[in-house]
Ligand binder design. Sequence first.
Ligand code: FES
Length: 105
Amino acid sequence: MQKLCSLSELEDRQSRGFTIGEDAIFTVRQGQQLYIYRNRCPHLGIQLEWLEDKFLDYDGELIQCSTHGALFTIDEGFCVSGPCGGQSLTPVEHERRGDEIWVQL
Ligand code: FES
């Protein structure tokens, strides 16, 4: 596993992109909950964000792909709308060590 960052570096109800070697991933923090997915839309296999670190829709309720607008639940990465409906983002295995977030890529 490798250290990603500290939870306290991530803003609540915000997303953040990371590149580690050749792996692109992103986080969404909701309070003490943290969700981490591969930055790869199941529709075309491309990255999702519309601006740096911007992976959420206008209301911050769903993850949104900037290319064709697919929408994914934050807690499960399940596509509820768009051309990849029924598919899911790939979660990244991770664990907390105190305030630190460690990921398995
Ligand atoms: S590439 Fe994401 S919805 Fe088409």
